[in-house]
Structures are given as structure tokens and as C-alpha cells.
Design a protein around this ligand. Sequence first.
Ligand SMILES: NC(=O)c1ccc[n+]([C@@H]2O[C@H](COP(=O)([O-])OP(=O)(O)OC[C@H]3O[C@@H](n4cnc5c(N)ncnc54)[C@H](OP(=O)(O)O)[C@@H]3O)[C@@H](O)[C@H]2O)c1
Length: 282
Amino acid sequence: MKILIFGKGYMGARCASAWGEDTVLSDVFVNSVEDVLKEIERVRPDAVLNAAGVRGKPNVDWCEDHARETIRGNTLLPILIAEACQEAGTYLLHMGSGCIFYGDSPHDDRAWREDDHGNPVPVYSRSKWAADLVLSTLPHVGIARIRMPIDWTPSPDNLIDKLARFPKVIDVENSVTIVDDMVSVFHALMDQRAAGVFHVTNPGTVKHREILELYRELVDPAHACEWIGNDDLVAQGFATKGRSNNFLSSARLGEHGIAMRPVRDALRDTMMKYAHAKKSNL
Ligand SMILES: NC(=O)c1ccc[n+]([C@@H]2O[C@H](COP(=O)([O-])OP(=O)(O)OC[C@H]3O[C@@H](n4cnc5c(N)ncnc54)[C@H](OP(=O)(O)O)[C@@H]3O)[C@@H](O)[C@H]2O)c1
């Protein structure tokens, strides 16, 4: 399967390196439907992955003061890419985010379903939810929502690195995405040309405290941090807006015969590989 990826950032580059030669990581900065059509014409892919977007640098709080850039990257851009894919008859997998949900869902198990409506307040989350709302009306489009990617490759964007470098950490519990599993799931979704919304998160939930306990056990026994309450994140000035914490149900993957490893198994395996990568300076 030939895959064309837009967005050569953290996720786009990681997917391209996992999938190898039959994948093209586009250099094009998309401003129009024509830009995308030209790339599709050049590459002739079986599927397109949209891994382009605006997450904010140094973090998502940037989006609060840059609403237009954020909307352009996370709402308008996916619509341009989807429009081109519809015209070319090419399947599109769009990367969404699970952080469109805040708090517990209305269901007894507190987990958000793929067809639940988002309740986001911050600009970034609202711009992502807006794209989901419109793209989910189109045929041959899949929306893969991920959360807090955890990978064995050290990177400033990896949740392991983020938690390890914060002097003060909130102990919250979340659904997360183990990136090794994510790249396989994305490939399977594109192979099936699966339409609709998918939560690409590993079964189970994990606390920040558990991730750092594993980090101390396998990577750095000397690591230390101070634990603070969730509300302290904004109260102590570490963030402008509170972060989304939630549990996601990934039942729709199961309906497509796609499974991810239980989060604790996948996390231990990933942390072991991460420790190895750190030691080998990978
Ligand atoms: N990483 C996470 O924690 C996370 C979690 C949930 C969902 N996601 C979603 O996953 C997707 C990929 O995220 P990421 O972590 O890989 O972000 P990233 O590292 O910031 O990469 C995004 C890439 O998209 C590029 N881009 C922006 N506008 C573009 C345009 N018009 N045409 C072509 N490329 C454009 C950016 O280029 P420039 O750098 O030049 O602007 C950047 O290289 C995003 O949709 C994000 O919302 C990520």
C-alpha cells in the first residue's frame, strides 16, 4: 500500500520511518486543494494520512493567543485535504485528538465513545473538534483520535520525556496512545479504508505516577519530582488553560478486528525499549 503523508512533524515522521519505502512524506506546505491534488497526482497513493496540524510551541497554550493560525492548521487544512481526497477518490485518514473531551463522559463507565459530542473549551481542542464534526460527514474518511503519545524514541514530544523533565507533575489518570501500536493501527485502518471515528488508545488507563514509577525502575532511579493537584497546574502558572484528562472507549477498532495491547503491557515494553534507546543514544 502506497501512503502519502502530509505533515512532517513528530507523528508524520514517526509513521514514515515505521512504514518504510512505500511511504512518501510530503514536503509541501498546503495552502489550497490544488496543492494537495498535485501531490496526489505526483505520488498516486492508495491512502493519504493527514498528520499536519498546529499544536502550539512551546505548548498548546500558544494556541490561545493564536486562534487564527490554529484554526487554519487544525480546521481549514483538514477540510482542504479532505476536499482534494474526495475529488481524487483517495482514502484519507485524518489525525484527530482525544483532548476534545473534558472530564467524565455521561456513560456509567465514564469513558467517551467515538460518536459522543466533544465538550472542549481551549482553542486547540475546539479547532480539532470542528474538523472532526465536518470530516465525519464524508465517505472514505477515517478520523483517528490519539492521546498523549508514549514512544520508545526519546523526543521532547514524547509523554515520557515531558513527565520526566517537569519538576512538578499532576497525578492524573488517562487513556494514552502507545506509538508502536498506533502506527500498526493506522496502517490497518488505511488498508481497510475504514470510515468514521476511531479512538486509537490502548485498552485501560494509566496514571502519570505509574509512568514515572516505571521510568525510575527502568530508566533513571535518581529521578524525582513534586506531585501537585490538577488545579495547581493553572493556579501555579504552569499552564493558561486546564488540560484535558479523560478515558476513551476504543470499541470501534474492535468492530474492525483491530486490537491494541493492554496499556500496562505496552507501557512496560515501551519503557524497556526507551531505556535501551537512551543508553544507546538513539
Ligand atoms: N503529539 C501529540 O501529543 C498529539 C496528540 C493528539 C493529537 N495529535 C495530532 O496529531 C497530528 C500531528 O501532530 P504532531 O505531534 O506530529 O505535530 P507537529 O510535530 O507539530 O507536526 C505537525 C506538522 O504539520 C505541519 N503543518 C502545519 N500546517 C501545515 C500545512 N498547511 N501544510 C503542511 N504541513 C503543515 C507543521 O509544519 P511547521 O512546523 O512548519 O508548522 C508540522 O511539521 C496533529 O493533527 C495533532 O493535532 C498530536
